[in-house]
Design a protein around this ligand. Structure first.
Ligand SMILES: [Mg+2]
Length: 381
């Protein structure tokens, strides 16, 4: 087969309203934003990718603005003219010349894998090792801070058979209030749903030692990244003490993180995310390192719209064992999506779409309607 050259790269920021306010430990958001990248290859084939952050740069330092700038100014000039199938060569070149910025790199790689799949006539999961599952149980974020409202929201999702796993975003309330809220929700949903919590680095070790036995007694199944990302020793001690499963997120982004934290058994599970690992292929490698070190994997998210959700599902399809499922539920939180076919949540699971590449398509009219006004520098949160 002759070389398939990358010819053109285009990025656009799209602002998307959320169905309701989403509170995180650091911010509250009523909108999110994505970077839609389109890459043209010789032969007229176009690949798409979505770059996404959790409504701003608080998680990793990257923002949709920095993702767009780094792709336009630093990644596109390096990859134009290169063979779309030379993914390792492209990654090595980009890594040499642009330090960090895994979200920007992941956005581009997603579009390149979409092109590869379209040329080969196969879905991306076939490029990543093959399909082990056709659907994924996903957790829904409970993140308003009002336990009465949150219990009603959970019951509505249970009645609609969309979600029966729920993850509380914590850390924006005082620990006593927050733990009481989590325990009340777990009690109200006992026997009907699995409840997990994510304080996003808000607590110190002493708070964890106080809070975690209470949450374990209330039946909460899993706690994700309660302490600062640098405090992996403290996290390992908490993991050894608690009856709950623990999941590491912010502390584990790279392959060497996976090796180091796996050896320490910092946590029982690793939240695998396409964006933070720098792409689908790296995410698959990091998952394999984690599994080899005795950790289980969990399919994480930054609340992508249906394009990024489709990419996450292509990766999740290659995982045979996800004991706590995943959380690719962003597409259901976004009120107006830009995909022709929005992500489908049926029988409590996200469904894998059949098709080539990412099996996702952009609705150009919606992109035009929602693309960011060039005069605006940032979104209100
Ligand atoms: Mg998290």
């Amino acid at each position: 087969m002759s070389k398939v050259q990358i010819e053109r790269v285009e990025t656009v920021i799209v602002d998307l309203p959320l169905r309701r306010q989403q509170r995180f430990a650091a911010i509250g958001a009523s909108t999110t934003a994505i970077v839609l990248v389109k890459i043209w290859a010789s032969g007229g084939i176009v690949g798409i990718g979505e770059g996404c952050t959790p409504s701003g740069p608080w998680w990793s330092g990257e923002s949709v603005e920095s993702i767009k700038l780094n792709i336009d100014a630093h990644i596109a000039p390096l990859i134009i003219g290169r063979d779309v199938f030379d993914l390792r060569g492209i990654s090595a070149e980009v890594d040499r010349k642009l330090f960090g910025n895994p979200f920007a790199k992941a956005t581009v790689e997603m579009a390149l894998l979409d092109i590869q799949g379209k040329i080969a006539g196969v879905p991306v999961h076939d490029l990543l090792g093959g399909k082990q599952r056709s659907s994924l149980p996903c957790s829904w974020p409970l993140a308003t801070g009002d336990p009465g409202e949150e219990i009603e929201e959970a019951k509505e999702h249970l009645a609609q058979k969309r979600f029966k796993l729920f993850k509380l975003k914590m850390g924006f309330l005082e620990p006593e209030t927050d733990v009481a809220r989590a325990c009340a929700i777990a009690k109200a949903l006992e026997g009907k749903a699995s409840v997990r919590v994510d304080p996003n680095e808000s607590w110190d070790e002493a708070t964890c030692k106080w809070a975690m036995p209470r949450m374990a007694d209330a039946g909460i199944a899993m706690v994700e990244q309660p302490m600062a990302r640098w405090n992996v020793d403290g996290f390992a001690r908490i993991t050894a003490q608690t009856k709950m499963a623990t999941a590491v997120d912010e502390s584990l982004c790279t392959m060497d993180d996976a090796l180091r934290l796996g050896r320490m058994h910092t946590a029982d599970l690793v939240s695998i995310k396409v964006m933070k690992h720098g792409g689908l292929t790296n995410a698959r490698r990091i998952a394999d390192i984690a599994i080899a070190s005795g950790m289980s994997i969990y399919m994480g998210t930054f609340l992508e719209c249906s394009i990024g959700t489709a990419a996450g599902m292509q990766l999740a399809a290659t995982f045979s064992d996800l004991p706590y499922g995943g959380e690719l539920s962003g597409a259901n939180l976004i009120a107006e999506d830009i995909a022709v076919r929005p992500a489908r949540y049926e029988n409590f699971e996200l469904q894998l779409e059949e098709g080539v590449g990412l099996a996702a398509e952009v609705d150009e009219d919606k992109v035009e309607a929602l693309r960011r006004d060039r005069s605006r520098l940032s979104i209100a949160v």
